[in-house]
Write a protein that binds this ligand. Structure first.
Ligand code: KG4
Ligand code: ZN
Length: 351
């Protein structure tokens, strides 16, 4: 079974083609990130317009890269939430039209859940990919860390899962992005903070880990603690505007703030993961979402548990391959397909 995935929930137009839910054939991504960098964050109207310009061409070039025709595609899978309304609409309208005209089954895909399914991809003939050696075994613990979500989920089977906890305020990726702005780093900030952190001292500042019950997280206090520390370093009080901080901080002060922030943000996740391992004894642990590309998170999780493998970073940030993969498991587990006449977007879709 060959599945095609369409992802357009935010600023990436992405098409993936996957065989049997495990072999990656194509993972094409066009990002409008450069257009948003000027504004320091994603501008929804610009993102939607970019999807319109890119999506048909990207689908055509993906089929051609895969050396496949529509006859060989068994299902069309599309992210219908969560995400930006205008962005989601472009992917969903495209997928509905294709499903209707080509008479293919259509599956609606939950964006956050699809991030987890990137972990089922274990082989590819594409160059430059490092894939896990085997798919995760059930029950597994999924650590979902992205720009919009931070949650811990136990998967007992492909479609049988329980959300153990989630962030009560900011997502961890959002906290990375906000700290990046404070430090004057370019958008998108997460990867820039982690690069700068390599030059800093993670013990320079001891930031608090919010005390939250159960498996929930909180990152907004940590973000404010970084702001207060930066204001203190330059001898200003809490009224000093965060956008002016970076001009007054030295490179080494910025690097120390980045490294300490990164350490404590990841510590927040690690503490809850330790609890979940004790309580649920998962056979495997997987990481999903943009922050799963973070080197420090990967290295600390690897020293915590041996039963963990990581998807290639190109399969951690938004992509169509994860959408195609989840589509395969929906079909093979008899989940109902979507009606191409009535499928709608759901910008607030939860797992
Ligand atoms: O999953 P994703 O591509 O989009 C959402 O669904 O949110 O995640 C994007 C998030 C952004 O907040 C970005 O700053 C963060 O992932 N990110 C990172 C790294 N790479 C991307 N955060 C920390 N370290 C990284 N290396
Ligand atoms: Zn995402």
């Amino acid at each position: 079974m060959i599945t095609l995935g369409i992802e357009s929930s935010c600023d990436e137009t992405a098409i993936g083609i996957v065989s049997e839910g495990k072999h990656l054939i194509v993972n094409n991504i066009l990002s409008s990130m450069n257009l948003h960098a000027l504004y320091g964050g994603v501008v929804p109207e610009i993102a939607a317009r970019s999807h319109i310009e890119a999506i048909i061409l990207l689908i055509e070039s993906s089929l051609s890269d895969a050396k496949l025709t529509w006859n060989e595609i068994d299902s069309i899978n599309v992210t219908n939430g969560a995400g930006l309304s205008g962005s989601l609409l472009i992917g969903v309208m495209t997928a509905k039209t294709l499903a209707l005209t080509l008479q293919k089954p259509l599956y609606s895909i939950n964006h956050v859940m699809s991030h987890v399914f990137a972990n089922f991809l274990t082989s590819t003939s594409l160059s430059g990919y490092k894939m896990p050696s085997k798919p995760p075994r059930f029950p597994f613990l999924a650590i979902i860390v992205s720009g919009g979500h931070s949650q811990l989920v136990i998967f007992r089977d492909y479609l049988d899962y329980e959300v153990l906890g989630k962030t009560l305020d900011d997502a961890i990726g959002e906290a990375f992005d906000k700290v990046a702005k404070m430090l004057g780093l370019k958008y998108p900030g997460g990867v820039e903070v982690s690069k700068l952190a390599l030059k800093g001292n993670k013990n320079a500042f001891s930031f608090p880990v919010a005390k939250v019950n159960g498996y929930d997280f909180s990152f907004s206090g940590l973000k404010t603690a970084v702001l207060r520390q930066a204001q203190k370093i330059i001898g200003e009080d809490y009224q000093f505007p965060s956008i002016k901080l970076s001009e007054r901080l030295s490179e080494s002060q910025k690097a120390d703030l980045a490294a300490s922030f990164e350490y404590w943000a990841i510590e927040t996740i690690i503490r809850k993961v330790k609890l979940a391992i004790l309580e649920y004894n998962p056979k495997n642990i997987v990481v999903a979402g943009g922050v799963a590309a973070n080197f420090e998170l990967r290295s600390r999780l690897s020293s915590l548990a041996s039963n963990i493998e990581f998807p290639d970073p190109k399969l951690c940030t938004d992509n169509g391959a994860m959408v195609a993969t989840l589509g395969y498991y929906l079909a093979s587990n008899s989940a109902p397909s979507a009606n191409p006449l009535t499928l709608n977007i759901n910008p607030n879709l939860k797992m």
